[in-house]
Design a protein around this ligand. Sequence first.
Ligand SMILES: O=C(O)CCC(=O)C(=O)O
Ligand SMILES: [Fe+2]
Length: 206
Amino acid sequence: MAKPDSLPEGLDFHPAFLDRAEQEALLLDIRDVVAAAPLYTPEMPRSGKPLSVRMTNCGRLGWLTDRQRGYRYQETHPVTGKAWPAIPRKLLDIWQSVGGCDRPPEACLVNYYGPDAKMGLHQDRDETDLSAPVLSISLGDSCLFRVGGFERNAPTRSFRLESGDVLVLGGESRLRFHGVDRIYPGTSTLLKSEGRINLTLRRVTP
Ligand SMILES: O=C(O)CCC(=O)C(=O)O
Ligand SMILES: [Fe+2]
């Protein structure tokens, strides 16, 4: 899709960065990741309320949240107790070409959104290295993505993210609030069924 006319300062958006063949190849790698590290349902800290998105990770560190211990990175899958699988080469290459960071990512969060899933407005700030960017890749159904400022109540703008789009939150945009308002089911034929996969690559430690 075309770039929206006005995106917030410092937001680096690459619509249709991956062509269909690249998306299919990446999806095969993600299926291997999910086979080794199954999707699970994360819980909100304290309340234990389940998130609508299911998650897993690859990389040395994985991001997770549960009732008891809240938001954090850890080296093992919360259900299997095993180390996360490695980040696929293709993702490291994408980070190298558009991430603008010479150190490799340490974590790749895999978010799976069913047709009704969403993600509330939040900042990514559980990393100790906030100088490295957050790089996000969309696969499958389109979503309505919302991005705001540096306070929760600052004005926000929404635009669609489609399969193959890459978005980099870096530099002065690293800590912008963002979230996913909704999925548009049936807008992509990439996945076998409705839904969206988001891959979020991050550097965690300096
Ligand atoms: O699904 C997306 O596009 C955003 C995901 C996200 O913001 C996150 O996992 O922190
Ligand atoms: Fe985020």
